[in-house]
Design a protein around this ligand. Structure first.
Ligand code: 5GP
Length: 171
């Protein structure tokens, strides 16, 4: 059992049939030592891949992506759920349905930071129905970069995200 599995058993709270709360250590209050261990595990898992960038989605993917990026020594890029004026119009877009808020976001990433020669590790905290990861893969595809891997902290295997991603042939 790894450090995250142990922590979920100790401090995770099953909120409803489909929702696990990990607010006390992962996505509200953050245990940085746990995240550092998770970052190391991601590095170990993808040690043979050439990774030039880690891509995630705001907000709860960011801390995990940063912890992993430290071990890969690459930048983190996160898809934004709202388009601020500072971003300009040079953007990749993808529509993502939010599992937690039950609404749709036009998520954006600046074209300045994702290029054809990038090899991208996509990281997120949860895999439920796969909408967030499919949207991130779509953005990578638009940029002409390649997806080197998908790193999920917690996959809820009873939901169909894993199958959706298998069908995309990126696992
Ligand atoms: P998906 O797009 O795969 O349906 O859902 C993934 C996103 O929804 C993740 O970015 C995560 O923030 C959120 N999410 C999905 N399931 C859970 C859950 O059980 N607990 C929490 N805290 N977030 C979840």
């Amino acid at each position: 059992m790894n450090c995250l599995e142990e922590r979920i058993i100790k401090d995770g709270v099953v909120k409803s049939e489909a929702v696990l709360k990990v607010d006390s250590f992962l996505n509200h209050q953050i245990d940085v030592n746990l995240l550092d261990e998770m970052g190391k595990l991601f590095k170990e898992k993808f040690k043979d891949e050439k990774i030039t960038k880690i891509l995630t989605i705001e907000a709860s993917g960011i801390a995990i992506a940063v912890a992993a990026a430290k071990h890969f020594n690459v930048p983190v890029l996160f898809a934004k759920k709202s388009k601020s004026n500072n971003l300009g119009d040079n953007l990749y877009h993808s529509m993502v349905h939010s599992f937690t808020h039950n609404n749709d976001y036009d998520v954006v990433v600046s074209k300045d930071y994702l290029k054809q020669d990038d090899s991208v590790l996509i990281i997120d905290d949860f895999l439920a129905n796969g909408c967030a990861l499919v949207g991130l893969c779509d953005i990578v595809k638009q940029s002409g970069a390649s997806v080197a891997g998908l790193g999920i902290a917690i996959e809820k295997g009873f939901q169909d995200g894993g199958k959706k991603l298998e069908n995309l042939a990126i696992t």
